[in-house]
Design a protein around this ligand. Structure first.
Ligand code: URA
Length: 239
């Protein structure tokens, strides 16, 4: 497990604000594995180190990680004035979880839910380009030029999107299917990219996030991530 700043771990356990925790550390009332730690910076492993403040052990919320196959109409924010069904409503957890990134309401597929704010910040930072693969079912036949444009990057309001891996996996008169892999996570990025090249989307589904694949997770179902999967995600943000 990665080392984290002591004051941050204390703050996330509800001891006090980060600033106040720094003062507690400098005051010499904090011990890590029985040893007083009164200098900063100090780093701990929240999974294995025993941290006490004034002799009392701090209790950390267990980190939880789930993979959900989000159905259509379900939203990824925790607060919704319109009271629509939320992804967190589908994953009963004793911990308060949130989505890592977003899928728009109409898009189905894989989304990670966790209470690990650190990993969430890292994975959603533009610096980390975790590849995400989508299957878009679109109207009509897709022309080769449009596919080439998608691969090279498309100008959106935020700038030009990065290179995409695009495969036509079904080409029909009525309907075609594209597999699109992108590294960024701009709002409604795939839909906007396809709209820019004049391809009307019927459905959009995310089928992988990094090494995490849909496999046999049915729509609306979820499963906890394995330790190895969590470790791989964390390695991915350090690479
Ligand atoms: N691109 C989209 O258009 N929608 C999503 O939810 C994710 C990527």
């Amino acid at each position: 497990m990665a080392k984290e700043r002591l004051q941050k771990v204390m703050a996330s356990a509800g001891v006090a604000s980060r600033r106040q925790c720094e003062e507690l550390i400098l005051d010499g009332v904090v011990r890590v594995n029985r040893r007083v730690v009164d200098e900063l910076p100090a780093f701990v492993d929240p999974d294995s180190d025993v941290i006490t403040v004034d002799g009392r052990r701090i209790k950390l919320a267990e980190r939880v990680y789930y993979l959900l196959n989000k159905p259509k109409g379900v939203i990824c924010t925790n607060r919704d004035p319109q009271k629509r069904r939320r992804a967190i409503d589908l994953v009963p957890s004793s911990e308060r979880v949130f989505c890592i990134g977003r899928l728009d309401a109409d898009t189905t597929g894989l989304i990670i839910l966790t209470n690990d704010a650190e990993l969430t910040n890292q994975l959603t930072h533009p610096r980390y380009k975790v590849p995400k693969t989508y299957i878009a079912t679109v109207k009509g036949r897709v022309d080769g030029q449009a596919v080439e444009k998608l691969k090279k990057g498309i100008w959106l309001a935020e700038g030009k999107t990065g290179k995409a891996v695009v495969k036509v996996i079904k080409a029909g008169h009525q309907e075609s299917r594209l597999e699109i892999t992108i590294g960024q996570g701009l709002t409604r990025q795939v839909r906007r990219m396809l709209a820019r090249v004049g391809i009307p989307v019927k459905t959009l589904k995310r089928v992988s996030i990094g090494k995490l694949k849909m496999r046999n997770l049915s729509v609306g179902a979820y499963r906890p991530l394995t330790r190895a999967e969590v470790a791989a995600l964390k390695r991915g943000v350090k690479a």
